[in-house]
Design a protein around this ligand. Sequence first.
Ligand SMILES: Cc1ncc(COP(=O)(O)O)c(C=O)c1O
Length: 389
Amino acid sequence: MVLSERIGRMNESLTLAMTQKARELQASGRQVLSFSAGEPDFDTPLVVREAAIAAINGGFNKYTAVQGTEELREAIAAKLKRDNNLIYPTKNIVVGTGAKHSLFCLFEALISDGDEVIVPTPAWVSYPELVSYCGGKSVLVQTKAENNFKMTASELKAALTARTKLLIINSPSNPTGSVYSREELAALGEVLKGTSVLVISDEIYEKLIYGVPFCATASVSEDLFKRTITVNGLSKSVAMTGWRMGYFAAADEQIAKAVTKLQSQSTTNTCSIVQKAAIPALDGRADDEIETMRKRFELRRDLALELLADAPLLKPIVPQGAFYLFISCKAIEPDSMRFCLRLLEEAGVATVPGVGFACEGYFRMSFATNEENIKLGLAKIAEFANGYK
Ligand SMILES: Cc1ncc(COP(=O)(O)O)c(C=O)c1O
């Protein structure tokens, strides 16, 4: 066998597969409106770009500390204190090449063969794939639409076993946009009391939130602070998907050391220039531009929801955060893959089937695209859905 058993356990991302299929159709001359990828269409804020240029011209071209420069980790620690009321020493913070890389390294460092990882679904495609690659077993907990797809304390209790190592919380969520309140997180925290379960809280959509407060899991109680690893990054909120910078902070320094060891033998440091550029993205200097983008996303969310009313059989979850609509297509087609493939081939609109998020009967549509595309795309979706046979 050429390939390892390990790599065979991982499936390709459905999001990327749909984006690829849309590209192929486009290459063959078809007009395709794409709502499949999860990235802002905005430019990176000017202060960030200027900091990168200054770093290049200033000769900041050498290896840095594997964990990230002290200056950057200080900026992250200050951000966590200011925004989330979390106090971490810089030695407990590790910078990675995107939040996805930080998550991958954390799974590698924490999961032993057969360990169980509780993943409330619908969930971002990469969690279960990374968990199985690292030898773990994802325990998918199907949450309910009537609870806005948030896991309840009793659902968590029922999923816990002696092998549970980790719980993943993603708030605001990809794909549903649901946001856990402090009370909901506290209730989950109560269930974990007295166990050795760690929590990975993926807070990458923290800044993209509409009308509700954001609550960092680690800020809820002393017990949750100790067991939670806070993961965040700049890709989504600062329009920096291509720059590749993410980070985590853990109360237990051992975890930071283990991931630093792994990174030292694999990626070494995140790009030195990006580390310099990240500082104004974290210290408040880009806040006005970040807020302008958030407001545009909120307007787009409202526009998309308003236009979707023209397809009464499609029922969205109203997202309180992130930049996706997660829409039920059950009333016309329970098979989400079939729905999305037909939508792409017949109407030229690319979305992602719910099955890729472990949730049949739904599809995800990103609204991180301009208003014109949203209007055109939703008119096509409504026409397609209303005439579906
Ligand atoms: C929930 C979630 N976490 C993490 C990431 C990865 O972000 P990054 O670009 O920082 O690797 C994504 C990107 O799609 C995401 O949706």
